[in-house]
Design a protein around this ligand. Structure first.
Ligand SMILES: O=CC(=O)O
Length: 356
């Protein structure tokens, strides 16, 4: 026999689907057109459910795990009112012209929005939604994991163990650097930087330093982090964690100038955007022993070609841009992007809107 909760679980989605169908039929019968929305990829279920159950838009979707080809995207956006996109789609003048004057909202399922031309969007009064906060914990967790994997040489050690390099226990073999008593430098202190600091405190870090466009006094006081110049951050840090947004000011900011000032045993971690780093300079710093190691979750380009010189270095750990990749986080991102889109279409306040 069904319990009440079982029947409710099965009954609820059916009712929602039925209601949506009725709403859509009624709109059609009244000769009303629903706003058209294009979704550029297969997305986690929560977001799609929210959009479908709203019954307030007509959805077309690129139903694949791979990006929609640009030529197809340019065709599909023609006449739409809402665009649900990912960080892989460049939303620029060409695309906005292809979309035409009906486009009201662009909602990206990402916290970063460097793939959107804000100037062009603003000119056209198109509102923009993004997904901060819901991914902070997952990104901070992955950043700490990448730091430990890099500083304690985990990937190299696993390879050695698997491939016969594990001769015997050796006092000087596979030594990395520990966090206890260290100084950690945060480049770009925001929500994610704060969450990283809070996770690193129990490891016994002695000092947290940060650099940003300006001091963030309230936040820094809360987590006991000290504002220093970029040079000072490079000189003093044992570990540098890049958590800033990609902007014209931060593009290429981590370059030979920075690497040449870092400690020779320092570890460099980037989970923000690849373009913040000059990869050629990083390669030389790693090869020449200017710094000890690097852990990257983001690169230029993405994917990084498998024959890229950085892949050949044992002291460089490269992940395929997975910082926010937990099931719960990706679902929350997809839901927030859907709610942003719906609010924008209605002309309501978005849960998370990029101020233009
Ligand atoms: O990189 C991931 C994001 O911007 O959400």
């Amino acid at each position: 026999m069904w319990s009440f909760s079982q029947s409710k679980v099965l009954y609820k989605p059916f009712v929602a689907e039925f209601n949506t169908c009725c709403k859509l039929q009624a709109m059609k019968a009244a000769g009303k057109h629903l706003p058209k929305v294009y979704i550029t990829r297969r997305i986690p279920p929560d977001g799609l459910t929210i959009l479908k159950q709203s019954g307030s838009c007509e959805i077309e979707q690129w139903d694949s795990d791979d990006p929609v080809p640009r030529s197809e995207l340019l065709k599909k956006v023609s006449g739409i009112q809402g665009l649900y996109c990912l960080l892989t789609e460049k939303i620029d003048k060409e695309l906005l012209e292809a979309a035409g004057p009906n486009l009201k909202v662009v909602s990206t399922m990402s916290v970063g929005y460097d793939h959107l031309s804000l100037e062009e969007l603003k000119k056209r009064r198109i509102r923009v939604g993004f997904t901060p906060d819901v991914l902070t914990e997952a990104v901070a967790e992955l950043t700490v994991a990448l730091l430990l994997a890099t500083s304690r040489r985990l990937i190299e050690a696993v390879d050695e163990a698997k491939n016969g390099g594990w001769g015997t226990w050796k006092p000087l073999w596979m030594c990395g650097s520990g966090l206890t008593g260290s100084s950690v430098g945060i480049l770009g202190l925001g929500r994610i930087g704060e969450a990283i600091v809070n996770r690193l405190k129990p490891f016994g870090v002695l000092k947290f330093l940060y650099n940003d466009v300006a001091p963030r006094e309230e936040l820094a006081a809360k987590i006991s982090a000290e504002f220093v110049s970029l040079d000072e951050l490079a000189k003093q840090s044992d570990f540098i964690m890049v958590c800033c947004a990609l902007t014209p000011q931060t593009k290429g900011m981590c370059n030979k100038n920075l690497f040449s000032k870092m400690k020779r045993n320092a570890v460099f971690i980037n989970t923000s955007r690849g373009a913040v780093v000059n990869q050629e300079d990083l390669y030389h710093a790693l090869v020449n022993g200017q710094i000890a190691a690097a852990g990257l979750d983001v690169t230029v380009p993405e994917p990084l070609p498998t024959d890229h010189p950085l892949f050949k270095l044992k002291n460089c750990v490269i992940l395929p841009h997975i910082a926010s990749a937990t099931v719960e986080t990706r679902n929350a991102m997809s839901a927030l992007a859907a709610n942003n889109l719906l609010a924008g279409l209605k002309g309501d306040m978005m849960p998370k809107e990029v101020p233009l």
